[in-house]
Design a binder for this molecule. Structure first.
Ligand code: CFN
Ligand code: HCA
Length: 540
């Protein structure tokens, strides 16, 4: 069977051969055959505009700002300024969960607030209606903060959401801020992350200086509590004796954001969506950032050790080792059995801007092989694991989004480590600000495809017949109709949590159930298997 395993160069050829030559030229840069070592790693085209007419998996800037970054915060009242559909679509479909500490604490996530723009507002302007909406929300809910999110028509007609925000902030005496996150900006939801990060930094982070007495204080950046992932991590960190000041933005609150600059370290899960906050906090307050990955048991252990290593405290390291040992024993029990059933099977992952990379660890742990993977909207950094400066010629994100200039805050800048301490840690192999990407961890000759099209996915599935294809809701049923199970790595298909050790166990079980089910063999209906039956009816 090995001899018949597809040749990557031929597969690539097959994927682009039906495209018009101009489109093929574009797509060929975004489809690469992997070489994991930095010297021979190919450059990949990423964060570029999707060719119109191609069916992409991508979402919009509004989704990245309102849905992704701000969506999981329970007590900022988020108003969508625009058509009702934009508000409805971004209303909890992402399965970000929240758990207010007290029953009386505010939680607006169960509501969907929108100005429900109509034709009249498009013709005569929607600012009046927006002011009314902010006033009404204030009168009913008395929130601490209100966020206003722009959809496509807002930019087209020129409503000034920031002027409305300023006016209402003054009038109501609460924090009101707007986001110019019109859906059409940039090339994907990635632009929305950047806009969200900028505004959080300008309007919220640093508003509350209350210090915490704990010894080891961190923020978790880029963890959104999908399917309860953040709950697992909160528990893990607590057992290790690490104080979590704020999570951006799973199970989060306005006050935690406002106070997050009091932490000692920023640990980043999803670098793609929140790196801007990390960079700006380092610049202004002197907080360093490191990358962590709590997807996969091995990665979780590694990440806990990395956080402990930063603090250089023997007691903390010992506690972390104890927690890892307890958890690994539970993981091992399940993993070895499942591995025996999944070993050698193949997987493909085409998801977002970080999960297509992070989830590969889970598959590796049960012996499965990733033959192809790619992001929807990540940048070259996230693939190649090296800092790549934005290319303003092709990079629509950087043309549309303001780069904030951030200066050290003389009153509050506190370098968390001296230069000598940083140097010593580095010499021990500790990595600050590393860009660790997908390609160095994938096998040689595996396929890496950016912004994969629906057509290319179908071709890949036909050629490889993978045991599982990981994607989102738009792909799921098209894939399953081809007889291949599709695991959603966005919403987890009602499952999860998948983070941490507990999450790894859940994921192994889920994949075992999917790839070893006989049902996929029954996907052809009887009349497809026996076309003569149709023929008999046809002549009658
Ligand atoms: S939760 Fe995150 S982990 S934030 Fe980002 S890049 Fe999306 S919503 Mo869908 S699941 Fe996905 Fe990532 Fe970061 Fe989620 S892989 S596409 S914008 N994403
Ligand atoms: C988004 C959100 C999304 C969509 C998921 C999917 C999510 O991009 O607007 O396509 O299944 O995770 O909810 O990425």
């Amino acid at each position: 069977d090995k001899a018949r395993f597809p040749v990557p160069a031929e597969v690539k050829e097959e994927l682009i051969k039906k495209y018009p030559s101009k489109v093929a030229r574009k797509r060929t840069k975004q489809i690469v055959i992997n070489h994991p070592d930095p010297e021979s790693m190919p450059e990949i085209g990423a964060n570029v505009r999707t060719v119109p007419g191609i069916i992409t998996q991508r979402g919009c800037t509004y989704a990245g700002c309102k849905g992704v970054v701000l969506g999981p915060t329970r007590d900022i009242l988020n108003i969508t300024h625009g058509p009702i559909g934009c508000g409805f679509y971004s209303w909890l479909t992402r399965r970000n969960q929240t758990r207010p500490p007290e029953e009386t604490d505010e939680n607006f996530m169960t509501y969907c607030f929108s100005t429900d723009m109509q034709e009249d507002d498009i013709v005569f302007g929607g600012e009046k209606k927006l002011k009314q909406a902010v006033q009404e929300a204030f009168d009913i809910f008395h929130p601490k903060a209100i966020g206003i999110f722009s959809t496509c028509p807002v930019g087209l007609i020129g409503d000034d959401v920031h002027a409305v925000a300023r006016e209402m902030k003054e009038k109501l005496g609460i924090n009101v801020f707007g986001f110019s996150c019109e859906g059409y900006k940039g090339v994907s939801q990635s632009a929305g992350h950047h806009i969200a990060n900028n505004q959080l930094f300008k309007h919220v982070i640093g508003n509350d200086d209350t210090p915490h007495p704990e010894k080891f204080k961190i923020n978790l950046l880029g963890e959104y509590n999908i399917g309860g992932d953040a709950f697992v991590l909160e528990d893990l960190l607590e057992r290790c004796g690490i104080k979590l000041v704020a999570t951006f933005s799973g199970n989060s609150s306005y006050d935690a954001f406002a106070n997050s600059h009091t932490a000692d370290l920023n640990a980043i899960m999803c670098h793609r969506s929140i790196n801007y906050v990390a960079e700006m906090m380092e610049e202004k307050y002197g907080i360093p950032w490191i990358k962590v990955n709590f997807i996969g048991a091995e990665s979780s252990a590694k990440s806990l050790r990395k956080i402990a290593a930063y603090f250089e405290d023997a007691e903390l390291m010992e506690r972390v080792e104890q927690v890892i040992a307890e958890e690994m024993a539970k993981v091992e029990e399940v993993r070895s059995e499942i591995r025996s059933r999944c070993e050698g099977k193949t997987a493909m992952l085409f998801v977002g801007g970080s999960r297509a990379h992070h989830y590969q660890d889970l598959f590796r742990e049960i012996g499965m092989k990733v033959v192809a993977a790619g992001y929807e909207f990540a940048h070259r950094d996230d693939y190649e694991g090296r800092r790549v400066l934005p290319n303003i010629k092709v990079d629509a994100d950087s043309r549309n989004i303001e780069q904030l200039t951030v200066e050290p805050d003389p009153e509050r800048y506190r370098p968390r480590k001296t230069e000598a301490e940083r140097q010593r840690l580095k010499e021990q192999g500790f990595e600050f600000s590393d860009y660790e990407g997908m390609m160095s961890e994938m096998e040689r000759e595996s396929l890496v495809i950016d912004d994969i099209s629906h057509y290319e996915s179908e071709k890949l599935i036909e050629i490889y017949k993978p045991a599982v294809f990981c994607a989102g809701i738009k792909e799921k049923y098209a894939v399953q109709k081809m007889g291949v199970p599709c695991k959603q790595l966005h919403s987890y298909d009602y499952g999860g949590p998948y983070a941490g050790f507990e999450g790894a166990i859940n994921f192994y079980k889920e994949i075992d159930r999917l790839v070893n089910s006989k049902i996929w063999g029954y996907i052809q209906a009887p009349w497809q298997k026996n076309p003569e039956i149709t023929a008999t009816y046809a002549v009658k």
